[in-house]
Design a protein around this ligand. Structure first.
Ligand SMILES: Nc1ncnc2c1ncn2[C@@H]1O[C@H](COP(=O)(O)OP(=O)(O)OP(=O)(O)O)[C@@H](O)[C@H]1O
Ligand SMILES: O=C(O)c1ccc[n+]([C@@H]2O[C@H](COP(=O)([O-])O)[C@@H](O)[C@H]2O)c1
Length: 216
């Protein structure tokens, strides 16, 4: 099983990191690959450049063998359309290896607005992680897809290479990258919301309005 977890990660935080570990543990302990996007298709400008976000991710997972970073979307450049990424991965893995992508329900709720969204379930399994308070529109395409393709447990994902949807409900830490950027911009401490190494780098690069002279 190859598992990718894509995001803007502007910046990576403990919510993302805990989720990645929890998902890997539910899938026979497979490593999870965090994949930063180059240009996020549905978001405005990012606070940090793609290279800076990648650097923060590498610091966040340093020394943790259960997590890795996949920088293919940065190397490809342009807008990071997931269907393109999954096609590339499918070519590398071959037709038989199960491939799964992790998304929160907030991201999954908008799946039918993604580029070539209909191709995505044919290329990979989707692991949808419940974000508290987010309810899918029962009449929308994502809810329909979930109903058609959902499986009861993680082991079911091993019986085919793609096409299934697994709903998981691990603990969700109430942390957002927006909240971290806001705190930094207002001169408040973001400590304990993201790894210290990440915060130290944010500070030394002066990202999100951080003042390099003032400790978080
Ligand atoms: N606290 C969290 N715990 C687990 N997963 C999260 C958390 N926050 C976001 N995610 C998920 O991680 C993926 C990437 O999210 P993203 O990089 O946009 O983070 P974010 O904190 O939501 O950022 P922003 O606040 O800038 O929108 C998405 O699938 C999203 O649902
Ligand atoms: O392919 C698309 O059109 C598309 C549209 C929106 C989001 N995505 C992907 O979904 C993942 C989570 O996105 P985000 O904006 O919540 O960080 C990330 O890998 C994005 O590249 C992909």
């Amino acid at each position: 099983m190859h598992v990718i977890y894509g995001g803007t990660f502007d910046p990576i935080h403990h919510g993302h990191l805990r989720l990645a570990l929890e998902v890997g543990e539910r899938l026979r302990g497979v490593p999870v690959s965090l994949m930063p996007c180059h240009i996020p298709p549905h978001k405005g400008d990012t606070g940090a450049t793609a290279e800076q976000r990648l650097r923060l991710l590498e610091l966040a997972i340093a020394g943790e063998p259960r997590l890795s970073v996949d920088d293919r979307e940065l190397r490809r450049g342009g807008a990071s359309f997931t269907a393109d990424t999954l096609r590339q991965l499918r070519k590398e893995l071959g037709a038989k290896v199960p491939l799964a992508m992790v998304v929160g329900t907030d991201a999954f709720a908008g799946l039918d607005r993604w580029n070539e969204w209909w191709a995505i379930p044919e290329l990979a399994h989707i692991i949808v992680v419940q974000r508290p308070g987010i309810v899918l529109d029962p009449k929308g395409e994502p809810a329909r897809l979930l109903e058609e393709r959902s499986v009861g447990n993680a082991e079911d994902l091993y019986s085919s290479a793609s096409g299934k949807i697994l709903n998981l409900n691990p603990p969700w830490l109430d942390i957002s990258a927006t909240g971290i950027r806001d705190r930094i911009g207002r001169g408040l401490s973001p400590r304990y919301l993201a790894p210290d190494a990440v915060l130290a780098e944010i500070q030394s690069m002066g990202l999100y309005g951080a003042c390099p002279a003032k400790n978080f």
